[in-house]
Design a protein around this ligand. Structure first.
Ligand SMILES: Nc1ncnc2c1ncn2[C@@H]1O[C@H](COP(=O)(O)OP(=O)(O)OP(=O)(O)O)[C@@H](O)[C@H]1O
Length: 591
C-alpha cells in the first residue's frame, strides 16, 4: 500500500473518474444479481401459477434492466480507462521529465533497455491495475457479497452445502497466483533480455558486420528467443493445470447444489425457481473466485512496477541542485571566466583519482588547450565546468562565483559542448543545428554553418539544410557530423565553448579554417579545446598537459616545446617526426 500512497500524487487528481467508474460498477453488480431473482419470479409466479399476462411486463422490465446495465457497463469501463490513462499520462510525463534532469552519474550505470521497459512496460502494468485490476477486485467483493447474501436469504442450508467446495476453489486460485506470478516475472525478464539484445545489435551493427559476427549474433538471439518461448510454454502449463482444477471444484459446487437442491425441490421444500436462481448465483461466486488469482497477481505486479517507477522518481536530479541564488539567474549573466582551485574528482571508489588538485584560470577571450594520454583526465576537467559531475574537493569559480551558485541548466545554456561522438537527431540538418536555439533565424543558422565549415557540403546535398538524417545521422561522414555539431554549438553563442576532440575526424585544412572561425566567433568568450593533435591546439593561449589526473606542464606552444625533456615536447616530436621524415623523403625523391 505504501507504494500506492507514494504514487497518490498522480492518481488522486483523477479520483472523480474512479468514483464514477465504481458507482457504475455497483449498478452493474446490482442488476446482475437481480437477474436470478427475476428468473425465480418468472418460474415460480408466472409459469407455475400460469399468470401469462405478466410476461410482457417482465419482458419490458428485463429489457429496461439490460439497458441500465449496458449504460452502467459503458460508464464503468470508460471512466475506469480514463482514470488509468490520465494517471499514467502524468506519470509518464514526469518520468520523462526526470530522465531529462537525471545527472550524468546516473546514466553511467543505467541500461537503456531497463529504462525503456520502466517507461513503457511498468507504466502499463500500473495502468492495468488502476483501470481494471482495482475495479475487478471491488467487483469480486460486490458479486460474492451480494450473491452469497441472496443465497442465504433464499435458502441458508442450501447456500452452505453449495458453497462447501468454495474454499478449494479459493485455495487453488491462491496457489495459481503464486506460480503464475513467478512465471510472468520470468516472461518479462526474458522479454527484456530479448529486446536489449535487439537494441544492442542494431546499435552495434557496424561492429557486427565488420567482424563478420552475423551468425554468432543470430545464435545468441535464437537462444534468447528460445528462452522466451520456453517461459511462455511453462506458463501455459501452469494455466493448463490450474484452470481445470478450479473448474472441477466449481463444478463440485454445482453438483452439490443440484443433488441437494433437487432433493429439496422433489420433497417440496424448495421451489423450482429458487433452484434455478441458485444455479445462476453460484456462478457469480465461482467466476470471480477463479479470477481472484488474476486480480491478486495484477495487484502484486502493479506494486512491483510502482516500486520500479519510484526508484527512478526518487533519484536526485539536477533540479534539486538549484541554489537559492539561481532564482535570480538573469542577474548572473555568464561572461566565461573559469577558475579551478585545487580541484579533485573521484567518479567512484574504483577510480579515486580521475583528477587531482587541478588549478588554472581561463579568462574570457582566451583559448585553453588540454592534451595528454588517453584517460589522463581532459574530459573530466570540462565535465566539471558544465557541472555534469561535481568535484570531490576544491573550488570551481565561474566569473568569480562558485559554480554551485548557478543552476546546471543556466550554466549549460551559456555553454556550447561538442563531443567527439557527435549525436545528431533524426530530423533535418537545419533542425539539428537549431536544436539549442529553435528561435534562431535562418540567416543565423546558415552563418553558424559557414563558421563551422559545414555550409558548403550542406549546400551540395539534394535537399540542402532540409536534408533528413537517419536515427544516428546516417548518410554523413564523421567529419561532416562533427561540423554540424560545431555549428550547433556556435549558434547558441556560448560564453564558454568546449570542443572535446571535436575536430578529430575533420581534415587538417578544414580544421585550420574552423580555428580561424573560432577566433571570430569566440571574441570575448572562453574556449576549451581537447585534442590529441598538437596542430589542433598550438594556437591556444595556454596549454595544459595532463597525466594521470594531474596537470604536469602548462604554457604556450612555444614555451612547451622549449622544454627539451617535457611531455609536450615528446608528443610534438612524435607527431612532427613523421612529417619531417616525409618532407625529407619528398625532397630526396625530387633530387
Ligand atoms: N563516467 C565515468 N565513470 C567512472 N570513471 C570515469 C568516467 N569517466 C571517466 N572515467 C575515468 O576517469 C579517468 C579520466 O577520464 P577522462 O575521460 O577524463 O580522460 P581523457 O583524458 O578525456 O581520455 P580520452 O583522451 O580517452 O578521452 C579515466 O581513468 C576514466 O576511466
Amino acid at each position: 500500500m505504501e507504494t500506492f500512497k507514494r504514487l497518490k500524487l498522480y492518481f488522486w487528481p483523477y479520483r472523480r473518474y474512479f468514483c464514477i467508474s465504481i458507482l457504475s460498477l455497483f449498478i452493474v453488480t446490482a442488476v446482475t444479481v437481480i437477474y436470478p431473482l427475476i428468473l425465480k419470479y418468472t418460474i415460480d409466479e408466472v409459469f407455475t401459477r400460469r399468470q401469462y399476462a405478466l410476461v410482457p411486463y417482465l419482458a419490458i422490465g428485463f429489457v429496461l434492466l439490460m439497458g441500465i446495465k449496458g449504460v452502467a457497463v459503458y460508464y464503468h469501463q470508460y471512466f475506469g480507462d480514463l482514470f488509468g490513462v490520465s494517471t499514467v499520462y502524468e506519470l509518464r510525463n514526469e518520468l520523462y521529465r526526470k530522465l531529462q534532469y537525471l545527472p550524468f552519474r546516473y546514466y553511467d550505470n543505467a541500461k537503456t533497455g531497463d529504462l525503456m521497459s520502466r517507461l513503457a512496460g511498468d507504466v502499463e502494468v500500473f495502468r492495468f491495475f488502476l483501470s481494471f485490476g482495482s475495479a475487478q477486485f471491488l467487483n469480486f467483493l460486490l458479486l460474492t457479497g451480494f450473491g452469497f447474501a441472496i443465497m442465504l436469504y433464499l435458502h441458508p442450508s442450501l447456500a452452505v452445502v453449495t458453497l462447501c467446495a468454495m474454499p478449494f476453489v479459493g485455495f487453488t486460485a491462491y496457489r495459481f497466483d503464486k506460480r503464475v506470478h513467478v512465471a510472468f516475472k520470468h516472461i518479462r525478464e526474458a522479454f527484456a533480455s530479448l529486446t536489449t539484445k535487439v537494441q544492442e545489435n542494431i546499435s552495434g551493427m557496424n561492429t557486427v558486420k565488420a567482424l563478420s559476427r552475423e551468425n554468432n549474433e543470430i545464435n545468441k538471439f535464437t537462444d534468447k528467443n528460445l528462452n522466451y518461448k520456453e517461459n511462455h510454454i511453462s506458463t501455459a502449463r501452469i494455466w493448463g493445470t490450474f484452470f481445470p482444477l478450479m473448474e472441477l471444484f466449481g463444478n463440485l459446487c454445482v453438483v452439490a447444489l443440484l443433488v441437494f437442491g433437487g432433493w429439496l425441490v422433489i420433497h417440496d421444500q424448495m421451489k423450482l425457481g429458487e433452484l434455478v436462481a441458485f444455479f445462476s448465483l453460484v456462478w457469480f461466486i465461482i467466476g470471480p473466485l477463479m479470477q481472484l488469482g488474476f486480480i491478486l497477481n495484477s495487484y502484486s505486479q502493479s506494486k512491483a512496477a510502482g516500486e520500479r517507477l519510484l526508484q527512478v522518481l526518487d533519484e536526485e536530479d539536477d533540479r534539486r541542485n538549484v541554489p537559492a541564488a539561481a532564482s535570480h539567474e538573469e542577474e548572473l549573466p555568464i561572461k566565461g571566466h573559469v577558475q579551478f582551485i585545487d580541484v579533485s574528482l573521484a567518479y567512484n571508489e574504483a577510480n579515486e583519482h580521475a583528477l587531482q588538485s587541478i588549478s588554472f584560470q581561463a579568462a574570457p577571450g582566451k583559448i585553453i588547450g588540454l592534451i595528454g594520454a588517453t584517460g589522463s583526465g581532459k574530459t573530466s576537467v570540462t565535465q566539471l565546468i558544465s557541472r555534469f559531475y561535481e568535484p570531490t574537493a576544491g573550488t570551481i569559480l565561474i566569473d568569480g562565483k562558485s559554480s554551485e551558485s548557478y543552476s546546471p541548466q543556466h550554466l549549460r545554456r551559456n555553454m556550447g559542448v561538442v563531443f567527439q561522438e557527435s549525436f545528431l537527431f533524426s530530423c533535418s540538418i537545419y533542425d539539428n543545428i537549431a536544436y539549442g536555439r529553435p528561435d534562431a533565424s535562418r540567416e543565423e543558422v546558415i552563418s553558424a554553418a559557414v563558421y563551422a565549415q559545414a555550409h558548403d557540403f550542406i549546400r551540395e546535398l539534394p535537399d540542402g539544410y532540409d536534408t533528413l538524417l537517419g536515427e544516428r545521422g546516417l548518410g554523413l561522414s564523421g567529419g561532416q557530423k562533427q561540423r554540424i555539431a560545431i555549428a550547433r554549438a556556435f549558434l547558441i553563442k556560448p560564453s564558454i565553448l568546449i570542443l572535446d576532440d571535436a575536430t578529430s575526424a575533420v581534415d587538417m585544412e578544414t580544421e585550420y579554417r574552423i580555428q580561424q572561425s573560432l577566433r571570430e566567433v569566440m571574441v570575448g568568450r572562453t574556449t576549451f579545446i581537447i585534442a590529441h593533435r598538437i596542430s589542433s591546439l598550438k594556437h591556444a593561449d595556454e596549454i595544459l598537459v595532463m597525466e594521470l589526473g594531474r596537470v604536469i606542464e602548462r604554457g604556450t606552444h612555444e614555451q612547451l616545446i622549449a622544454l627539451p625533456a617535457g611531455a609536450y615536447r615528446r608528443i610534438y616530436d612524435i607527431q612532427f617526426q613523421d612529417r619531417d621524415q616525409e618532407a625529407q623523403q619528398a625532397e630526396g625523391s625530387r633530387i
